[in-house]
Structures are given as C-alpha cells and as structure tokens.
Design a protein around this ligand. Sequence first.
Ligand code: ADP
Ligand code: MG
Length: 261
Amino acid sequence: MIQVPVVEVKDLDLVYVTDREALLALEGLNLSVHPGEFISLVGPSGCGKTTLLSVIAGLLPPSRGEILVHGKPVSGPSPEVGYMMQQDYLFPWRTILDNALLGLELTGRLSKSSKEAVLELLEGMGLGNTGNLYPYQLSGGMRQRVALVRTLATNPDLLLLDEPFSALDYQTKLQLEDLVVDTLRQRGKTGVLVTHDLSEAIAVSDRVIVLAAKPGRIRSTYAIPDNIARAQPFYAREEAGFNDLFHEIWQDLESLEEKEE
Ligand code: ADP
Ligand code: MG
C-alpha cells in the first residue's frame, strides 16, 4: 500500500521582502514526512527552521513551490496541523483550563466532550489540579505542558514543535521529551521538531535533517537506527551507536559553522 505523506514540501523557495531588501530564507527545499514519523530539523541559527514550520503551518505562503498536507495544497492554517511555538504564549489573564481550551474555542469545537478530553489530557500530563490557576502560578515546564495540551486539544494529525524544550532545565527537558514522544506515538501522530540540541534530535526522532544557512536548504539527512528511534528518549542516549551518530552529525554541523566565518 502506498501511503500519502503527511507533509510534502516541493521545490520550496521562501523570500522575505522588507522595505530595504529581499532575503532568500529558503531555497529549493524538498521534504516528505510520512504518517507516524517524527523528524527533527537542526542547523545554525537563522537557517530557516522556524520559517519552514511557518510555511508548513500555512502561516507564510511559499514564494515558489508547493506544500501539501495529506496530499492537499496548504492555503492557510488548518485544524489538522498543530503548531507549538517556542514561547508558550499562554494568556496571563486566562486560567490554565481556559488557555488549554483556546484552540477548541477558536475553531468552534468546544463541547462537553471536547472539554472532557482536555481535562483528561491535563490530568495525563500531571496538571490535574491546575485548571483554575493562572500561568504565573506555574513553572516553565508546567506552562510548556499546558501549551502542549492546547496544541493536542484540537486533535491535529501533524504537530509542528519549535524548540519547545529549549527554555527548560535539563531534567524537565528530559521528562518532557519522553512525555511528548509517548503521547504522539500512542496517538499515531506525525511530528516535526525544531531543536538546537543535537542529542535531543537524535533521541526523539526517526530522522534528523541538517539545514544549511544563507539560503536555508537541506544539507543532509540521517536515518536514526531502530534501536535508538524505538527507545524512550531518556534511554535512547545510552543505546549502541548513539555517540558515533552524534559525532558524525556534530561534525557536519561544525563544518557549516566554519563555512559561515
Ligand atoms: P531559524 O529558526 O533557523 O533560526 P528563521 O526561520 O527564524 O531561522 O530565519 C531565517 C532567516 O530569515 C534569518 O536570516 C532571519 O533573519 C530571516 N527572517 C525571519 N523572519 C523574518 C521576517 N519576518 N522578515 C524578514 N526576515 C526574516
Ligand atoms: Mg527559529
């Protein structure tokens, strides 16, 4: 059976036009992500990782080329695609529960049963007693979990995650990596993660894609061996082959930085 990719990026160019200049942020990008796959994008700062997620999310129209989600051209944001940005963007004046329900509200799908599902998600993420609290009363890790619940609440097939763990302390980050990967696997979701943490990228992904800058393009793709890809992220780092792969990709990234100088 031939499966339609969840995401297809075809010959994508993205140009940012400002008063003073036109910046070619992405050039000639091709990428397919398959159902249930989890991939990571790594590369130097400014290489276009966030731009690529925004194009896939339908927030930025391609300057050239095409983006398909489930085989259909993307023409704007859609409830099939969940986008979790680097900052948690919780509204300080809304309670945790009301923040988590926001996506459902905005898409007109708030009902007794969808609200119940969100309460269960909060519970499952260890946030069971926080519904009536406000964001300032929660730790950074808890707020990121609320943002994740909000992203999952609308039940998107595809999750786009832009450095969701980068502001967290190391222990919280490891716990959240496990939680996110478990949650997406259990629900059969497809994921695209942007991270600047190479060990995280290898630990959580089926594939790691290295982007080069100026203009942003794919430099290389690494398939993660099954033993590492299947292990829980926390244990993946101890699997055979992890360190060798880390060093191989690290050198790839280092040679990119050198070229920039
Ligand atoms: P990354 O997420 O990999 O750090 P970005 O996608 O944020 O990179 O940015 C890619 C390039 O596009 C950078 O050179 C950045 O300065 C530029 N850029 C990003 N957003 C805009 C924008 N709204 N207008 C103009 N240039 C932008
Ligand atoms: Mg970015």
